[in-house]
Write a protein that binds this ligand. Structure first.
Ligand SMILES: Nc1ncnc2c1ncn2[C@@H]1O[C@H](COP(=O)(O)OP(=O)(O)O)[C@@H](O)[C@H]1O
Ligand SMILES: [Mg+2]
Length: 505
């Protein structure tokens, strides 16, 4: 039989679309995703047209990788506001349970921004979480606390010198504004300290007396006054102050009117509950050309009033400095500087009493005009909403609502109604956040807890857009610098030695 040509060619077997069909032959039911690599347009230009965009913004500080796609996310409030125009004001609110890496995330932002020439200002570090970083950046560390350092609330800082420079350059109006701002700031600080001392704000009349007394002090006093000098002016009762007190020319009446105020000031000057932290000349004046951290970690958490008063003094000094820098830059006398202000553990400051919320409120509303990016960090919405007064609670919720971006770590399910009232989160996003706060597994082999599942995981939300889930991975350098558990590295043997010793004796 003659063979045809066709049958002579051996039959070529090819796998189907999903591999070899049939039992035990490796048929695949899933089409596997192609591997993805990331490169710059210079490196991968030849790959056209197989390149795709990242899908996540690439402007700003590299924060971490997208949990599902692995794409890098670059994000920080200043770059997203200034360059990418993704958010309406340069601020971020970070929420999440303790220990999940909020401070670490903000430290990453601060590190990256410092690389872009933005100056991080940590106005009150209670842990300390930022001191090592600021030191590594060559910045200024200002230590405050009982017996460790003082901040004079009547010190106008660099305002006087700046006003003189502005005047010399022919900017009369701007010089007057800088001085007026410094005056207002000092007045606010004295009122705030009195508020914290008494647990209630000073009366209208007392506010006016303080205002006049500060003006008298400025006119008469040589050098930088301290609270003791202010007290003396009020005790002496010059004409202007008497007029504000409405004493009707009666010395006894003047003394009766100013008695409460005098008592509060005496308490502040003579090392009352708030110590002398605010009544002595400033030990370490803040600079405006460096990263700065106020280290207030030596103040005990139970010393709530001192903590709040110190934080307030740090904010006041910090924003005063920013104001001076802006005025000088507006006049063209100095280069423009941008600052990244970090307010960590915000809830501690807010709960210290009425007036604190207003103060932060005023600061955060102005941040766009001031050329300042702000990161506020707190644990949960319920911490923010645990304030005594309804109007304070409304304002505290406003911080989250008004923030350009909200970054959430693991949060308990009970938080969700309050959170979604401020920022819309989808059901899936809420489940993600709740999953991240699960407790870590117990690792029987190592005899210790594994990493908490939610550590370093955050959802970045801008307005009603879907959140971007990311995983923050620390670099080796960061691990070296960012060690918040330093005190626990060496195992204490002192107690063991003491018991051994007594056993021998
Ligand atoms: N992305 C991360 N990878 C590894 N460890 C982390 C990460 N983020 C935080 N940590 C560690 O977790 C601990 C708590 O972090 P921290 O930022 O202080 O939390 P929080 O401010 O939320 O209380 C620190 O010891 C820190 O080094
Ligand atoms: Mg923290």
């Amino acid at each position: 039989m003659k063979r045809t040509k066709n049958t002579a060619r051996p039959r070529v077997l090819r796998p189907g679309m999903r591999g070899w069909l049939g039992r035990g032959r490796g048929e695949s039911f899933y089409v596997q995703a192609a591997d993805e690599w990331r490169g710059t347009s210079v490196q991968v230009c030849g790959l056209w047209p197989f390149a795709v965009g990242a899908g996540t913004p690439m402007v700003g500080v590299p924060l971490g990788r997208h949990i599902h796609t692995g794409a890098t996310l670059c994000c920080d409030p200043i770059s997203w506001f200034q360059r990418a125009k993704l958010i309406s004001n340069p601020s971020a609110f970070v929420l999440g349970k303790p220990g999940l890496g909020k401070s670490t995330l903000v430290r990453r932002m601060a590190t990256g921004l410092a690389g872009y020439g933005v100056m991080p200002l940590v106005l009150g570090d209670l842990k300390p979480d930022y001191v090592d970083l600021i030191e590594a950046l060559g910045g200024q560390v200002i230590t405050l606390g009982r017996g460790r350092g003082y901040v004079n609330v009547l010190d106008p800082g660099e305002a006087l010198e700046a006003a003189e420079r502005l005047r010399a350059a022919g900017y009369e109006k701007e010089a007057a504004q800088v001085l007026a701002d410094a005056h207002g700031r000092r007045h606010t600080m004295v009122s705030a300290l009195v508020t914290i001392m008494r647990g209630a704000p000073p009366t209208d009349r007392e506010e006016t007396i303080l205002d006049r007394a500060l003006k008298v002090l400025d006119a008469r006093h040589n050098g930088i006054p301290v609270l003791g000098d202010l007290l003396r002016v009020i005790q002496e009762g010059p004409q202007e102050v008497r007029a504000a007190a409405l004493d009707r020319g009666d010395q006894a009446r003047y003394q009766a009117i100013t008695e409460n105020l005098e008592a509060s000031l005496v308490g502040l000057v003579d090392g009352g509950r708030l110590g002398e932290t605010f009544a002595r000349p400033t030990t370490n004046p803040m600079r405006r050309d460096r990263p700065v951290v106020y280290d207030v970690s030596s103040i005990d958490d139970t010393d709530m009033d001192l903590q709040a008063a110190t934080l307030l003094a740090c904010w006041s000094a910090g924003f005063g400095t920013v104001n001076v820098a802006n005025a000088l830059a507006d006049a063209g006398l100095e280069p423009r500087r941008h600052y990244f202000v970090v307010l960590d553990e915000l809830w501690r400051a807010l709960r210290a009493g009425r007036g604190m919320v207003d103060r932060v409120d005023a600061l955060t509303r102005l941040n766009r005009q001031r050329g300042v990016g702000v990161a506020m960090i707190s644990h949960t919405m319920s911490d923010l909403l645990a304030l005594a007064h309804e109007e304070d609670r409304m304002k505290a919720r406003g911080f989250v609502e008004r923030s350009g971006m909200v970054i959430c770590g693991g949060l308990p399910g009970a938080e969700m109604p309050q959170l979604t009232a401020a920022v819309p989160f989808s059901r899936a996003e809420q489940d993600l956040l709740i999953g991240w706060q699960d407790p870590p597994a117990w690792d029987p082999a190592a005899g210790q807890e594994a990493e908490p599942p939610g550590r370093g995981k955050f959802l970045v939300k801008v307005g009603g857009r879907p959140g971007i889930p990311i995983d923050v991975q620390l670099t080796e350098v960061e691990m070296g610098i960012h060690d918040t558990n330093k005190l626990w590295h060496t195992v204490s043997r002192i107690g063991a030695m003491a018991t051994q010793g007594s056993g021998v004796a």
